[in-house]
Design a binder for this molecule. Structure first.
Ligand SMILES: [Zn+2]
Length: 311
């Protein structure tokens, strides 16, 4: 039901997007509003009074005279690109249900592919940061999965070569419908890895539901409760009710990711997976995804290029 509704609700149309964010001044005004919702605050001294020196796009504090650019201290820091290009990139990335390649992004934005790649990595890093801060609560179904491969019973828990293992966790509502999704790469499906991650993935008191894979025993004592349901494996597991949703979500996400991307290192995998979860978790808020994103981007420190290419 969640998935069906999401496909019916349309995000901001291209025309509506251009009307709202097509001009540089509109984007600057939106960033200003989202960065300083209560009005300008000097980052150096906290004073609220400011002026804008003639012909300079800087805000100068009336008290300490510090000059601040609108983009300083945000992911847009020191960008040579107009904000309209950034906002268009955000629009394309948040509305692409199956992700968008940097080649396609570059083509749509009219920028070179390496530029599009860097923008996309920065945008996905904001999403990853945001997702990392929000643990799942309530009833949470957890499952093992691999990027770059089909789920297969025989290889579970062994970390098949060339594949990136990740945990897929979905919090569910009273009818078993999916609420929030978390996708987290792990080094392997070992108790140690699960114990290390679970404290970040789960809110205190979360009720974890897993299958019989041994690594999930690590949740005992970390989750509020843990119920292991032995399901068999592979296609058979997908038909068993408690795992119906987690497998449906996973199936869609895995086919979307493997359809767009080839090989992912662990850091990149984290960013890509988190960007899918970010979108999924805002599937009922499609009209406000851009302001929501920019609000986070204005609070995310600039990300150096060397950190983007790592992994
Ligand atoms: Zn000041």
């Amino acid at each position: 039901m969640g998935l069906k509704l999401a496909s019916r609700v349309r995000g901001l149309s291209d025309a509506a997007f251009r009307e709202a964010f097509g001009e540089e001044e509109q984007c600057r005004a939106a960033l200003f509003r989202l960065r300083w919702p209560e009005g300008f605050v000097c980052p150096a001294c906290g004073h609220r009074g400011y002026c804008v020196p003639a012909r300079r796009r800087l805000y100068q504090c009336n008290r300490c005279k510090t000059q601040t650019s609108l983009t300083a201290g945000t992911i847009f820091h020191a960008t040579k690109l107009p904000l309209t290009i950034w906002f268009a990139a955000i629009h394309l990335i948040v509305t692409a249900k199956n992700g968008i390649s940097s080649v396609e992004l570059g083509r749509r934005l009219g920028v070179k592919q390496p530029t599009a790649w860097t923008m996309k990595q920065k945008i996905m890093a904001v999403m990853a940061r945001r997702e990392a801060d929000t643990p799942l609560d309530g009833r949470v179904e957890m499952d093992d999965a691999y990027l770059g491969g089909v789920r297969s019973g025989g290889k579970r828990g062994r970390g098949a070569a060339g594949k990136t293992p990740f945990v897929a966790a979905v919090s569910t509502g009273p009818e078993g419908q999916p609420r929030k999704l978390k996708l987290a790469p792990v080094k392997g499906f070992t108790k140690r890895e699960i114990a290390r991650g679970a404290r970040r993935w789960l809110a205190p008191g979360a009720e974890a539901v897993t299958d019989g894979l041994r690594c999930w025993n690590a949740l005992d004592g970390i989750a509020g409760s843990h119920r292991a349901i032995r399901t068999g494996s592979g296609r058979q597991a997908a038909r068993i009710a408690p795992f119906k949703w987690v497998n449906t979500s996973l199936g869609n996400i895995k086919s979307a990711i493997t359809g767009t991307y080839r090989k992912l290192g662990p850091d990149h995998a984290e960013r890509y997976l988190a960007s899918f979860a970010w979108r999924y978790n805002r599937r009922f808020q499609l009209q406000t995804m851009i302001p929501r994103f920019v609000h986070s981007a204005a609070r995310t420190q600039p990300i150096p290029y060397r950190n983007l290419i790592a992994g």
